[in-house]
Design a protein around this ligand. Structure first.
Ligand code: NAD
Length: 455
């Protein structure tokens, strides 16, 4: 099948690479010339395990191409995926300017029947707006090809995106109930058939329900995290261990083990903005989603929990202190720094006069950009931040080590070496990587989330 993907980000590039890998002819279109330049010259603009190999293989086989030429990308295509960003607008709603710009572009170029696939996470009613934007452009050029807009939200996780795309738990597709909709449904079935072989994972529904499903899923996951974080804070007060509690409740199949880890808050490009967007959708309808209000509020507070522990230990004035930070990306397996809890922690430490030395296995470049933007206009604070290329060097002469992301390389470090480098053997662990008794035995003062010991 001839397919185009609009937007070469985390979702677009993975979708393109995986669809090309099963034999489709895939064209990737992006307005970012730098990104297309990197891709054309054999590079990958994002970190996603396994992606580089698939892109290289399919580019070499002539099944995957990259362009900034909209006409080339959008003519003679059976399906065109919209996979552009939908960041938060000022009021928290999803900013649809990129989606609608893509729709206009589609309307300017398509010639024959085209299935337009909304893969971006978009609020209920967006497919209708995409359809109108395409129709407006078609009318302007007096063209009349048939098209259908389907909703096909993406559920991949950064860091495991290839596996998620190629072995999906479900493929949600919202189609219209008309003739083009029926045709689109067939196209989507054919396109996804390589990933749908041993059992039927395709869930067809109406377009609005498909759009809603993505927000409902992310809101539920964010709720589980904030729920556990709030319980973790109480567990600390009453002397219980949230990790034991997690195992205790996770064993109930009605609850399950996933997404029950207490920590220093969720971040990333999806949960925070999708929760906000769903809340705004509700407000537009005159409803308040009280649970999600609390989920957001708890998460904002949780990003401060380690700061509070550090202040409780060292005092409000941190001007003669140095902190080593392990982990900058919002989660392991990605270089994505969007809404990462590390940004809140680092800004708060610098604000109090501390020096910070930080390390991340893959997101140093992204982190440099994100932190420089957070600290714009505060060159004096930025000067107290150093990004260090060696994991252990971060701890050198630091008053404490702070762990913000649960990268594998942090799970079983050389504790003796760590202890020797730190000025004082103190660890603040935002991801509960170690066992408190073991840390005590090793001679560390260990502060974690929702567990006894340390503080
Ligand atoms: P991203 O920011 O990594 O990439 C978006 C890309 O779209 C950029 O390369 C940008 O240059 C390009 N773009 C913007 N406007 C364009 C236009 N008019 N024409 C062509 N290209 C354009 O975004 P992402 O993280 O891949 O997310 C894309 C969508 O998928 C969002 O709606 C997001 O919520 C959703 N989503 C993301 C994830 C994830 O883990 N990142 C998971 C599921 C769903």
């Amino acid at each position: 099948m001839n397919v185009t993907i609009i937007g070469c980000g985390y979702v677009g590039l993975v979708t393109a690479a995986c669809l090309a890998d099963v034999g489709n002819d895939v064209c990737c279109y992006d307005v970012d010339q730098d990104k297309i330049g990197i891709l054309e010259s054999g590079g990958i603009p994002i970190h996603e395990p396994g992606l580089h190999e698939i892109v290289a293989r399919n580019k070499a086989a002539g099944r995957l191409s990259f362009t900034t030429d909209a006409h080339r990308a959008m003519t003679h295509r059976e399906a065109i995926f919209i996979a552009v960003g939908t960041p938060s607008g000022e009021d928290g709603s999803a900013d649809l300017q990129y989606v609608l710009a893509a729709a206009h572009e589609i309307g300017r170029h398509i010639e024959g029947f085209t299935v337009v696939v909304d893969k971006s996470t978009v609020p209920v009613g967006t497919a209708r707006r995409v359809r109108a934007a395409i129709a407006e452009q078609l009318a302007q050029r007096g063209a009349n090809p048939m098209f259908s807009v389907v909703s096909n939200p993406e559920f991949l996780k950064e860091g495991a995106a290839i596996e998620d795309f190629t072995r999906p738990e479900r493929i949600v597709v919202g189609c219209d109930d008309d003739v083009p909709g029926e045709r689109a449904r067939d196209t989507m079935k054919r396109l996804y058939s390589p990933y749908n072989r041993n059992r039927d994972r395709m869930l067809f529904m109406d377009v609005r329900s498909a759009e809603f499903t993505k927000y409902a899923a992310n809101a539920m996951l964010a709720t589980r995290i904030s729920f556990m974080n709030e319980l973790a804070n109480l567990a600390e007060r009453v002397g219980a261990d949230i990790e034991a509690v997690r195992r205790g409740i996770g064993s109930d199949p009605r609850i399950g083990y996933h997404f029950l880890y207490a920590g220093c808050g969720y971040g990333g490009s999806c949960f925070p903005k999708d929760v906000r967007a769903l809340m705004q959708t509700a407000r537009d309808e005159g409803q308040t989603l009280r649970i999600l209000d609390a989920v957001s509020e708890v998460n904002a507070a949780q990003k401060q929990v380690l700061v509070d522990k550090i202040v409780a230990r060292f005092g409000e004035d941190l001007s003669d202190r140095t902190f080593g930070v392990w982990g900058l990306a919002f989660k392991p397996g990605t270089d994505d720094m969007r809404e990462a809890p590390s940004r809140v922690l680092i800004a708060a430490l610098l604000e109090r006069g501390a020096r910070v030395a930080a390390f991340d296995p893959v997101s140093m470049k992204e982190a440099q950009r994100a932190l420089a933007s957070d600290l714009r206009g505060r060159p004096e604070a930025l000067a107290r931040l150093s990004l260090v290329e060696d994991q252990m060097d971060v701890a050198s002469k630091a008053d404490a080590l702070v762990i913000m992301t649960e990268w594998k390389a942090f799970k079983s470090p050389d504790f003796d070496s760590l202890k020797a480098r730190l000025k004082q053997p103190i660890v603040f662990d935002g991801r509960n990587l170690y066992e408190p008794p073991a840390m005590e035995e090793l001679g560390f003062e260990y502060h974690s989330i929702g567990r006894p010991g340390g503080g």
